[in-house]
Design a protein around this ligand. Structure first.
Ligand code: ARG
Length: 460
């Protein structure tokens, strides 16, 4: 049986049903339809302007594309004509609707530049949405941080209590990471925003096309200057998947902390019932499923990045069908990251902070030991000697089941004559925090400056 494919002519017989199915990308690239139609419309306008097609053909094409767009949007047109991909689907639908003129749309164009164009426009929009979601999460973190600008908690290194900080300071660390995620995404979009349309199959075209015209119409900053590169470049998908992987890594670290803080062992926060689940067997359980899923889905997005890099690494120029595999990977990275960001912001806003438990934990663990040593340094002792004496005092406290603030002054004095009653003020947790006035430290002025920075970052 002869082929009824758009590329019929060269082939003597139809592809097998199994091959058609294997080859087809319509079930996932259908989501590009808006961009495909926008690109085709701009292309038709350019063909008309350059005198390559007639005004009646151009009008028929534009009207036809508009009715296809409306029909897909309304659900009147569904994606079941067995098309190989979204580009073939729309072109054959157009030809079915307007006849001969539809066959002229593909003049001076190839699916290779068409698909590269569609993904760039799709990702440009998605990155805008992702950026808005990141901003919402930053705002939620900033609000919670402001509320807890003076809530004392132990800061950790090696997951050992280290020095006193505030919960606000801890949350703002994540807000800073997310500000960098915004800048990474926007950099990637800047580099991506060049139009491949007109690169055609690989070598450009003999028609007198105007690439700048379509680039400008479609909101690009310019055109890809090498036609081979224009159709074979997928750097932007890799860059965006990488920026999303980093963003997910940040979410995953915060998710991990929230899971820990929700455990009985920490009991620093309680997640709202709306973002936790119970156990089917253990009635006492309140599980941080949403945070755990964010942590789990981070691996998925890393997988998408790895799939993209691996798919591209051995490809000769220019287009190869392997590149069709870019879509499911980048779509999944985009979808997954959006879902995780969306669930995270309300989870932060609604979490209950158990200040008393944070304070209790901060009181134990000798997190004011550095301040005790700093006190001696303030009295003229060398830091290493002060460090050693404080270590001995901590050992004494452990042996006697007490803490530095409960230790009688004569025990202090037995280690150094430099100690006086001022030590108790010096190691008070609130004072330890207040004294950390260095830029970026956990003191109040730094928290205010950080809040100002992140809020300014999301306001522009
Ligand atoms: N569906 C294809 C893809 O996603 C479109 C480009 C096909 N080009 C080609 N020469 N077969 O990559």
């Amino acid at each position: 049986m002869p082929s009824d494919k758009l590329w019929a002519g060269r082939s003597q017989k139809a592809t097998s049903a199994e091959a058609d199915d294997f080859n087809s990308s319509l079930h996932f690239d259908r989501r590009l339809y808006k961009y495909d139609i926008a690109g085709s419309t701009a292309h038709a306008e350019m063909l008309l302007k350059q005198g390559i097609i007639s005004s009646s053909d151009a009008a028929a094409i534009k009207d036809g594309l508009k009715t296809i767009l409306d029909d897909i949007n309304s659900g009147a047109l569904t994606f079941d004509n067995g098309g190989e991909d979204i580009h073939m689907f729309i072109e054959s639908e157009l030809t079915a609707r307007i006849g001969e003129a539809g066959k002229k749309l593909h003049t001076a164009r190839s699916r290779n530049d068409q698909v590269a164009l569609d993904i760039r426009m799709y990702l440009r929009d998605e990155c805008r949405e992702i950026d808005a979601l990141i901003c919402t999460l930053i705002a939620a973190l900033a609000d919670k941080a402001e509320e807890h600008a003076e809530t004392v908690m132990p800061g950790y290194t090696h997951l050992q209590r280290a020095q006193p900080i505030t919960f606000g300071h801890q949350l703002l660390a994540y807000a800073m990471m997310l500000c960098r995620d915004r800048s990474r995404l926007s950099d990637a979009v800047k580099r991506m925003n060049y139009s491949p349309l007109g690169c055609c199959a690989l070598a450009g075209t003999t028609y007198p096309i105007d690439r700048e015209f379509t680039a400008e119409k479609l909101g690009f900053d310019g055109v890809c200057l090498n036609s081979l590169d224009g159709v074979s470049d997928r750097d932007y998908a890799v860059e965006i998947a990488s920026a999303l992987s980093i963003c997910m890594m940040h979410l995953s670290r915060l998710a991990e902390e929230m899971i820990l803080w929700s455990s009985w062992e920490f009991s620093f926060i309680e997640l709202d019932d709306a973002y936790t689940t119970g156990s089917s067997i253990m009635p006492q359980k309140k599980n941080s499923d949403m945070a755990e899923l964010v942590r789990g889905k981070t691996g998925r997005v890393y997988g998408d990045l790895t799939a993209l890099l691996t798919m591209l690494k051995g490809l000769p120029l220019a287009y190869n069908k392997d590149m069709q595999e870019d879509k499911e990977a980048i779509f999944d990275a985009v979808d997954t990251t959006k879902k995780c960001l969306s669930i995270f912001a309300p989870m932060i806003s609604t979490m209950k902070v158990k200040k008393e438990n944070m304070y209790r934990a901060a009181k134990k663990g000798f997190i004011n030991a550095t301040d005790c040593a700093d006190y001696l340094v303030g009295k003229g002792m060398a830091f290493r000697s002060a460090y050693k004496i404080t270590g001995e005092l901590v050992a004494y406290c452990i042996d006697n089941d007490t803490t530095l603030d409960m230790l009688p002054i004569d025990v202090y004095k037995s280690k150094s004559e430099l100690f006086d009653d001022g030590i108790y003020d010096a190691i008070k947790l609130e004072n330890c925090i207040a004294r950390r006035g260095s830029v970026g430290g956990c003191g109040k002025a730094s928290i205010d400056a950080q809040l100002e920075f992140v809020r300014k970052n999301i306001s522009g």
